[in-house]
Design a protein around this ligand. Structure first.
Ligand SMILES: Cc1cc2nc3c(=O)[nH]c(=O)nc-3n(C[C@H](O)[C@H](O)[C@H](O)COP(=O)(O)OP(=O)(O)OC[C@H]3O[C@@H](n4cnc5c(N)ncnc54)[C@H](O)[C@@H]3O)c2cc1C
Length: 391
């Protein structure tokens, strides 16, 4: 049972949805991962199952392949999944929102139903070797030719799971004379276009999440462009704003499960845990509840029609702090989780998952914009501080 209190009115409707989804989940558990099946392929099977059940894109309008419900319904589904430790739908929400806000009617009708169904798998081609935090400084170019075609040249980096993807939401510079932010445009790049090379990169931990993308004289048309020329920056900021929210990413209820496990351990410890560790657990509980309260507020804003904006940097910082402290503390409290194949760890409740989540939590202060960049955004755009305000 989930413990994420939503309570935004219309509970009958939401309760019914939760009940229906729980019943569906009971008959459709997450399928076992094949021996050599890569994680993204496994998750893609799960995505398709969820879509067949009608549980993907709840807040996307009916005409674009969704269910035409509200953000609250989508949150309830993510919450139910997280509360069972089941993965959510990968990397859909924030890309769908970017297309909803910036795509043409033709693009929304063509691309969104296939995205939601998992017929097209998407990746995000924003970062480059010299442009991560300084995204506006990206140097991939899309030069417009005589017949309205674009020729794209450049390189993207850290593109998650591009080797398993069909389409990439790409940022490229369409004007080399104008101001940096205003001369970036967004495109839908089919990864099988001639001139595209996807090269997987092996991370230190052995994962193959990242790819480098090489673009050599790739031809794109006007109908591949999302929004007007120069809209790329606004589209990118919309995308990352949705990427920075613990509700959209479905992480909140997953944290809730572990927080509850820590609380149980603290209650049962009867003095066997050192005071320092008990304080750490206390901090995890507080972080979690702050994040829940904050996420409820963000949901209320969205239900009131407010678009995601720079406030999402606060979401991201809170989420990063909660996640990193939680997994750090959990590893101290459950040290057996360090050993995936240990007698206990192999068959334990989380089966070594905490250690994997701990390792991945280190990336939380980098992906979707680093913590330093979030603080810069908060200082400049929310607090309106200037260089003169430096203490
Ligand atoms: C798990 C993961 C998945 C990712 N997936 C994708 C993806 O699918 N698509 C994609 O496009 N990108 C992806 N990224 C890349 C991510 O967006 C970038 O790593 C991130 O924006 C930081 O850029 P960078 O790595 O170039 O670091 P840099 O920008 O080189 O930053 C290095 C350090 O300098 C600091 N710094 C830089 N500028 C400033 C400043 N102005 N003020 C203060 N400090 C500063 C940064 O905070 C950081 O600590 C992913 C990253 C991770 C970790």
């Amino acid at each position: 049972m989930s413990d994420l209190p939503l309570d935004f009115g219309d509970p009958a409707d939401l309760d019914r949805l939760r009940r229906d989804f729980r019943a569906w989940l009971a008959g459709h558990p997450l399928p076992a991962r094949g021996a050599d099946e890569p994680v993204p392929v496994h998750l893609h099977r799960w995505h398709r199952m969820l879509h067949c059940g009608g549980w993907v894109g709840l807040d996307v309008p009916l005409e674009y392949g969704g269910r035409g419900l509200t953000a609250l319904h989508q949150v309830a589904v993510s919450d139910e999944l997280g509360a069972r430790g089941a993965p959510g739908v990968p990397r859909i929400g924030y890309l769908a929102h970017a297309l909803l806000e910036f795509g043409s009617e033709e693009q929304r009708r063509r691309l969104l139903p296939r995205m939601l169904a998992g017929d097209d798998v998407w990746c995000q081609g924003f970062s480059e070797p010299g442009a991560g935090s300084d995204l506006a400084g990206l140097s991939t170019r899309a030069d417009r030719g005589e017949y309205g075609h674009y020729t794209v040249n450049g390189q993207k980096l850290w593109t998650s799971y591009a080797q398993y993807s069909d389409l990439c939401l790409l940022l490229a510079r369409t004007d080399v004379t104008g101001p940096a932010h205003a001369s970036i445009s967004a495109f839908v790049l089919p990864l099988d276009r001639p001139g595209v090379t996807v090269r997987p990169l092996r991370a230190a931990g052995g994962d193959d999440e990242f790819c480098a993308l090489f673009l050599d004289d790739v031809r794109l048309t006007e109908s591949d462009r999302v929004g007007a020329e120069g809209d790329g920056w606004a589209l990118a900021m919309t995308t990352v704003a949705y990427e920075r929210n613990a509700l959209d990413t479905g992480h909140l209820s997953k944290y809730g499960l572990l927080v509850e496990r820590l609380r149980r351990r603290a209650r049962e410890s009867r003095g066997s845990l050192p005071d320092g560790l008990l304080s750490d657990i206390g901090r995890c509980v507080v972080d979690y509840h702050v994040l829940v309260a904050h996420s409820r507020r963000r949901t209320a804003e969205r239900l009131a029609g407010q678009a995601a904006g720079p406030e999402s940097s606060v979401d991201k910082l809170l989420m990063t702090r909660a996640e990193q402290r939680l997994y750090e503390t959990a590893l101290k409290v459950f040290p057996e989780e360090l050993y995936e194949d240990s007698e206990e760890g192999g068959e334990s409740e989380e089966g070594g998952e905490i250690f994997k989540d701990y390792l991945y939590s280190r990336a939380a202060s980098v992906y979707g914009g680093t913590s330093q960049i979030q603080r810069n955004i908060i200082a400049k755009r929310l607090l309106r501080l200037t260089a003169d305000d430096r203490g």
